[in-house]
Design a protein around this ligand. Structure first.
Ligand code: ZN
Length: 354
């Protein structure tokens, strides 16, 4: 048997690219030079990911400013002082705030997908940001002439287009990044915010056929930025039953770094639906130590005691650099971890065949 294994998305960017981005922001590098730097970085990320033996790859998110803000980059109707996300080490990330309607994406993710496919031999998956994450850019006080309902209609249509374009461009999977799911329980322990996020995202998933939804996935994690998290202290028992209400076919679930994996696996067994494939995190990108293939194998075998192997897959707990300026993990460490994931998943599949 084959157990599918997929990355979440981001790989640490090379120094030359990060320096190029800075130079471009300061006007020292032209748009053409910048585009060429991005293309080289994507080509190298594709080459490095294919060299790990991965049968499904990403573009390493080399050209995304961040997993959450790529649709917004370059829009004129934003201010920098939007909602803040505090991390466990004290650092904060801030979303932009919408200043006027109508809301449109500046970039759809299939542009990244197409750039990677030009270099790739392996199938490429594409991550997109959820509607619920982007809903946070609407100011709590409202906007004159652009009521929240009109914003949500625009947002859902744009998010649907983002997914549809990636599916049409033959993405292996379109993965919706839903890191704010667990965060929602921290912001609102009553669970109402999480429920509203699930309903919002389902309004878009409802627009796709069952066949299309089988190629749409959802990623959950407690955040991973500069080796810190935003909601690892929130209990999975609160999140997972709600999470599996999302009408998606694949779930990419941070698990390697959980203190009690067996308990989480039990909750997954109880609440995941028959048609949902579960990709368990077997690699912790925040931990500098590289997992061995044997460790990965044992984590897969552990998961297979709770989830039928036919419904199982493996992944990393999160991307390795969801924000472009995150240099906390060396590129080579990330690649070693991915190699261990690929090798360990294959070892587990062999054992399960016996
Ligand atoms: Zn993540």
């Amino acid at each position: 048997m084959i157990i599918p294994t997929e990355p979440i998305g981001s790989l640490p960017r090379p120094r030359a690219l990060l320096e190029g981005i800075r130079a471009f922001q300061e006007g020292r590098v032209s748009k053409e030079e910048m585009d060429s730097l991005y293309d080289i970085a994507v080509r190298d990320a594709v080459r490095d990911l294919e060299a790990t033996g991965s049968s499904v790859i990403s573009d390493g998110e080399q050209a995304k400013p961040s997993f959450a803000t790529y649709p917004l980059h370059g829009l004129g109707n934003l201010a920098p002082d939007g909602a803040t996300i505090p991390f466990s080490d004290g650092h904060v990330r801030q979303l932009p705030r919408l200043t006027a309607g109508p809301f449109r994406y500046a970039t759809y993710a299939d542009a990244y997908l197409a750039a990677a496919q030009r270099h790739a031999k392996a199938p490429v998956k594409q991550a997109v940001i959820s509607a619920s994450a982007l809903s946070l850019i609407y100011p709590p006080g409202g906007l004159a002439g652009y009521p929240q309902g009109a914003f949500i209609d625009d947002l859902l249509r744009e998010h649907e287009t983002d997914i549809r374009r990636c599916l049409e461009r033959n993405a292996h999977t379109v993965q919706i990044d839903f890191t704010e799911g667990r965060l929602a329980l921290k912001l609102d322990p009553s669970g109402q915010l999480l429920k509203s996020f699930i309903e919002l995202n389902n309004r878009v998933l409802d627009r796709f056929s069952a066949e299309q939804r089988s190629r749409i996935g959802v990623h959950t994690c407690p955040g991973g930025d500069r080796d810190a998290t935003h909601s690892a202290d929130i209990d999975y028992a609160e999140l997972l039953p709600e999470l599996f209400r999302l009408k998606a076919g694949k779930f990419y679930i941070q698990l390697a770094s959980e203190p009690n994996r067996a308990r989480v696996l039990q909750i997954i067994r109880q609440h995941a639906k028959q048609e949902q494939r579960i990709f368990v995190g077997v690699i912790d990108p925040i931990n500098a130590r590289v997992e061995t293939p044997q460790e990965v194998r044992d984590r897969v075998l552990e998961a297979a005691r709770y989830i039928a192997p036919e419904r199982l897959g493996t992944t990393d707990d999160c991307g390795f650099a969801p924000f472009s300026d995150d240099e906390s993990t060396p590129r080579e460490t990330a690649l070693e971890k991915i190699r261990a994931r690929v090798a360990g998943t294959a070892l587990a599949a062999q054992m399960l065949d016996r």
